[in-house]
Every structure is written in C-alpha cells, then in structure tokens.
Design a protein around this ligand. Structure first.
Ligand code: G3P
Ligand code: MG
Length: 230
C-alpha cells in the first residue's frame, strides 16, 4: 500500500500562516509536519504556481483571475511551484501536490505539474503524491508520468467511489473527513487504497478517524493533530 505520513499540513500550516506560502511551509515544519499539501494551478502564461482559488482576491487582495494573470504580474507572496519545491528541499518536507486546474486547463495543468516535478523534485525527498478532484488531470498525469502515485479526491464517498479511483489508477483516496463513515473507511482500506482525510483541525475528531482506519490526516494545525494522535 502507498505509504503516507500520519499528518500532512494543509496548504502548509494554514491555521497559523497565510495559506500556500513559503511562510506557511516553514510554519508547518516548525510545528512538526513532515509533509504539506499544496494546490497547484497555472498562470495565464502557463507557469505553475501555488494557489487555491481561481482569483487572487481572497488571499492576496488583488481582484484578478489567476488564469488571466501572467507570472510577471503575480503578487510577491504567491510562490511558483519551482520556489515551493526549493523550499521543501531546504526544509526536508514531502508534498501532496493537489492539481487544482482553472476551468478548461485540467490536462495542461497536470502536464506542467508533472514536468516540473520531474525537473525539480529532489531525490532526497520521498516521492510526492498527486491528487485532484478532476479525473481528467489524474488521467493526464498517469499517462505523462506514471511514476508519481495518485489519489482521487472525493468530496463525499458515494457508491461509485471504487470506479472513480480505478478510472485514474489511484493508489489513494483523499476525502472529506467529516462526511466519512466507518463502513466506507473499512471498504476503502480493504480494497488496498491509502485513505487520507481533509481538513481536520480537531484532535478528538482526528483520533476517531484514525480509529476508523484512516491513514493520514490533512490539517491546518499539524501540531494539534500530531499531539492528539500521538
Ligand atoms: O487536498 C485536500 C484538500 O485541500 C482539498 O480541498 O479545497 O482545500 O483544496 P481544498
Ligand atoms: Mg487542496
């Protein structure tokens, strides 16, 4: 089975530092995380960057769509994927790379992300885990770079979960921990998939999920969850 850490810092350590920034990755490391989760999408000119939303407004205060912003116009706080990887190399952090394409760029974003990983991912770090809500992105990633493990992101486990995981050749299932039921957790693990849940910031909830067999908790507060499940 795919081996994952017990805890992954969501967007770095988003409870303590601005999400998906180099400061957030440093904070995650400082608070004990060995891996972080980031969201990768493309600028107008096809540069992979670390950003969750379609727009720069919420996190950067700039009312402009990422897909319409060239790299040269990016606010200073937004890391490129290359800068993020260099930061992980320095900090010794593994990464769950969520491919978060802007509408219509599912395949292109996956291709650019895996090309960047092939070029820049340091051999000293564990191989990254790719994940996405978009099947088209994971299929494109598998075709272009089958060596990177994949997890299908599912907002909720429905009856077709296994078909969706098989469609993208996933080794992992990443799902909303609040909606996960114990029978589904058992089924997913019995079928041989690594099971990760997002975004769990409460220690008691994390403990209950680990008790259900969850392998990995993705959290904004890695220190809280590490202490709770220790
Ligand atoms: O990858 C887990 C989680 O980040 C998925 O949802 O919206 O936070 O990217 P979101
Ligand atoms: Mg994400």
């Amino acid at each position: 089975m795919l081996q994952l850490p017990k805890v992954i810092g969501h967007r770095g350590a988003a409870a303590y530092a601005p999400e998906n920034t180099l400061a957030s990755f440093q904070e995650a490391r400082r608070r004990g995380a060995t891996w972080v989760e980031i969201d990768v999408k493309l600028t107008a000119d096809g540069v992979p960057i670390v950003m969750h939303d379609e727009s720069l407004k919420r996190t950067m205060g700039v009312d402009r769509l990422v897909a319409e912003t060239p790299r040269a116009d990016l606010p200073a706080g937004v890391p490129t994927f290359e800068q993020a990887i260099a930061c992980f190399a320095e900090l010794g952090l593994g990464c769950n790379v969520e491919i978060k394409p802007c509408e219509g760029r599912e395949v292109e974003t996956a291709h650019v992300a895996v090309a960047a990983l092939r070029r820049w991912w340091p051999a000293s770090l564990p191989q990254p885990l790719l994940s996405s809500f978009k099947a088209a992105s994971l299929v494109a990633a598998r075709e272009a770079a089958p060596e990177f493990a994949r997890a299908i992101l599912l907002g909720k486990i429905e009856e077709n979960w296994r078909a969706r995981a098989e469609e993208v050749g996933a080794q992992g299932v990443n799902t909303n921990g609040i909606k996960l039921t114990a029978p589904h957790a058992v089924d997913i693990r019995k079928a041989g998939y690594a099971l990760s849940v997002y975004t769990i910031d409460d220690g008691d909830v994390a403990k209950a999920l680990v008790g259900m067999g969850v392998d990995c908790i993705i959290t904004d507060a890695p220190d809280v969850i590490l202490a709770a499940i220790a």
